[in-house]
Design a protein around this ligand. Structure first.
Ligand SMILES: Cc1cc2nc3c(=O)[nH]c(=O)nc-3n(C[C@H](O)[C@H](O)[C@H](O)COP(=O)(O)O)c2cc1C
Length: 192
């Protein structure tokens, strides 16, 4: 993304965080492609928007991580109702650096660290109660500081196309589609 486009989307995201009615203010939906070719969607927490792309953190061994190692194609969508913006991104996921993963790991709570280290994300477990018991005993036994497991990190969604939709009550939504054109980006308006 060029700097101007990255800043434009970042500004929309910043305003979406103000007066958001949501507890999880930065949740965005990402879709990956499974081995049978079906899209699989789930929410993740958006951590950063910059010229490289849209970054979220997760376990590399999760279902989404496995999808992405087979097929890096990914889409991301956000809907920020209180400011009336939808942002859609299609592109490829690239893993973030260990330094960046460490930075994001350090912003997480001890509880989140333990929840990450004591479970294998997306693998089957038997009961919710025994999961809580496992978590409580791991938390009680955990050291003051927990190092980031190498299996935890993040991906940047490097965009090929981005659409910014400004919702209009009369449904004449303003849809700006940005397409990569070599090293620059072209904008075209789409009908609502
Ligand atoms: C609001 C919200 C935010 C979430 N944020 C994350 C996140 O940042 N990273 C993550 O791995 N899972 C997050 N999750 C859990 C995912 O939706 C998903 O259940 C998990 O990543 C496993 O997905 P997978 O089995 O497709 O890999 C979040 C769930 C919700 C509802």
């Amino acid at each position: 993304m060029d700097e101007q486009l990255a800043n434009k989307i970042k500004q929309i995201w910043e305003s979406a965080k103000i007066n958001s009615p949501l507890t999880q203010k930065s949740a965005v939906c990402v879709s990956t492609i499974d081995s049978a070719g079906f899209p699989q969607s789930r929410f993740v927490d958006l951590k950063e928007i910059d010229q490289l792309g849209f970054t979220f953190c997760t376990s590399y061994n999760s279902e989404k991580g496995n999808h992405l190692s087979d097929n890096p194609k990914i889409s991301l969508v956000a809907w920020w109702d209180h400011i009336g913006y939808q942002v859609r991104v299609v592109g490829k996921a690239v893993t973030i650096s260990n330094e960046l993963a460490d930075k994001f790991w350090s912003t997480r709570s001890k509880e989140a660290h333990v929840a990450t280290t004591c479970f294998k994300q997306s693998k089957v477990w038997d009961s919710a109660d025994s999961m809580e018991n496992r978590y409580a005993s791991e938390l009680a036994a955990s050291p003051a500081s927990i190092a980031r497991p190498t299996s935890w990190g993040g991906y940047s969604v490097v965009p090929n196309s981005i659409e910014i939709l400004k919702f209009k009550a009369n449904r004449v939504h303003v849809r700006e589609q940005y397409l990569r054109d070599g090293t620059s980006w072209k904008m075209q308006l789409l009908q609502p």
